[in-house]
Design a binder for this molecule. Structure first.
Ligand code: 5AD
Ligand code: SF4
Length: 474
């Protein structure tokens, strides 16, 4: 699922800068595509640019800098970026006619994959940089200034798609972006698993884990700033490992235990995990840590052992079923979420039926499903026996119908139940607030029920199509 989000949250953070005064204000517009890691990266780009005087605005029109933070996971990603760049070209010209300048940047995974091609096809682009180099934005911006006015159309934009030996996390400034009640913390990046359909190992690079002390410090700062819930992010988050305070090698389970000690931080989540990295300590964390929310996104992709093998997943459908049994034993109220791909090359009707059967066996509270899209440079793209589009469509429809039915059943089962809800923002209707259930559904309550940032105890009164309604219980 593609998320396009404006960086509204950054506005608050830039207040401090405004008060700090000094530098001329510059307007920054970031459009984010793709996963939560990209959302996190966008906030950190804003942090890097804040000392240069950039503050977030919610329209590209009249902006001094526009960044498209792109996603390459599925089809047509690059084409979407090129058409957006076409639209932005007009704003850039408009800005130049007003005597100003709009820097146009392409970041993220399309930038990493297409690099030079973007500067060639879209000469209005000033900067192209990948997910691992955005800490160098100040230098890149300075380089565009030195390139001078001849740059427009001259194809002399700055390109930085290295995989530097040093982690960007060692160079990023502390967060300045305003945070709400819930925040992301990236703890792991990249992937060494090389599933045969996936472009991530090529665009995000090989696996790195942030050190414990860095993660704990960031989580503490967030908690001190009022954040109550942190979601740990990683392409393969449960492959995270690092040296713990006790000198031993920790996995994600141990890290969660450590983070659960931070005062004020009351809810922990993590995403996205791989079944092969669900170790005993992580399952124990689900059993022993009330702060670890009972919701787990654990993609399986397919229920067919033949297809799982071709996908290079290195586990079977039954391995996954047994794993879910162990997790549910540890935390009986856990809700499962997952990702599925239909129409991987060679997928037969029987293979697809195996996926449907796995979904029936596991039952998901929520899940995402996609048609296989050959990604340039991945082994899957070179396989024969690609599945016709019409068959992919049919299978996707059938799978989504089943998953939607399960999702509705789960939501309905919450009506009448009591639970804690973290209030995150004002509701769309006046007089309402929206919070989040332990299982990630938005929950709407009367604003008198509590302030944003409060965790309140409620009873669910009604389930709507996309959210729950609740009343406080004392
Ligand atoms: N085609 C379709 N879906 C894909 N995903 C990753 N690569 C592809 C692809 N080539 C899906 C997987 C993954 C999710 C983030 O995107 O289900 O878990
Ligand atoms: Fe892609 Fe597989 Fe790595 Fe997930 S585990 S990021 S699907 S290669």
């Amino acid at each position: 699922m593609e998320v396009e989000s404006l960086m509204a949250a950054q506005k608050e953070g830039s207040e401090g800068m405004r008060r700090g005064g000094g530098k001329a204000k510059k307007r920054l517009f970031i459009k984010t595509y793709g996963c939560q890691m990209n959302v996190y990266d966008s906030t950190r780009m804003a942090d890097v640019l804040a000392p240069l005087g950039y503050e977030a605005v919610d329209s590209p029109r009249g902006a001094d800098m526009v960044i498209l933070n792109t996603c390459h996971i599925r089809e047509k990603a690059a084409e979407k970026v090129f058409s957006e760049l076409g639209r932005l070209r007009a704003f850039k010209q408009e800005r130049a006619e007003d005597g100003g300048e709009m820097l146009l940047a392409v970041a993220g995974c399309v930038a990493q994959a297409e690099g030079e091609e973007i500067l060639r096809r879209a000469p209005q682009v000033d900067l192209v940089f990948g997910p691992q180099t955005y800490h160098r934005l100040p230098e890149m911006v300075a380089m565009t200034a030195r390139a001078g006015d001849g740059r427009e159309g001259g194809g002399r934009g700055v390109l930085d798609i290295d995989f530097p030996a040093e982690s960007k996390f060692d160079h990023l400034p502390e967060e300045t972006s305003g945070q709400g009640a819930a925040a992301f913390v990236s703890v792991q990046e990249g992937c060494d698993k090389f599933c045969s359909f996936c472009v991530v190992p090529y665009t995000r690079g090989s696996e790195i884990s942030r050190p414990v002390a860095q993660i704990v410090a960031e989580a503490k700062r967030l908690a001190e700033g009022g954040v109550r819930e942190v979601t740990l992010l990683g392409q393969n988050v449960n492959a995270w490992h690092g040296e713990g305070a006790d000198g031993r090698e920790w996995g994600l389970g141990e890290l969660l235990f450590r983070l659960s000690e931070i005062p004020g931080l009351d809810r922990l989540r993590y995403t996205t995990s791989h079944p092969r990295d669900m170790d005993d300590a992580l399952i124990a964390a689900h059993r022993d840590l009330p702060k670890l929310m009972p919701y787990l996104h654990l993609p399986v992709q397919s229920g067919s052992d033949r297809i799982l093998k071709a996908m290079n997943r290195k586990h079977t459908g039954d391995d996954y079923r047994r794993l879910i049994d162990r997790i549910r034993e540890a935390r009986p109220d856990i809700a499962m979420s997952g990702d599925f791909i239909v129409g991987f090359p060679g997928e037969t009707d029987q293979d697809f039926e195996d996926t449907m059967q796995l979904v029936r066996d596991v039952t998901y509270a929520q899940a995402f499903s996609f048609k296989y899209s050959p990604r340039p440079g991945t082994p899957g793209a070179d396989l024969g026996d690609q599945v016709p589009e019409a068959v992919k469509n049919e299978r996707l429809q059938a799978l989504q119908a089943l998953l939607t039915e399960q999702q509705h059943a789960f939501v309905k089962s919450l009506v009448g139940r009591e639970m804690d809800v973290l209030l995150e923002k004002p509701g769309r209707q006046p007089g309402q607030r929206v919070g989040r259930s332990p299982w990630l559904q938005p929950v709407i309550v009367d604003e008198k029920a509590g302030e944003i940032g409060d965790i309140i105890h409620v009873r669910i009164t009604q389930a709507g199509p996309n959210s729950l309604f609740a009343e406080p219980v004392s």
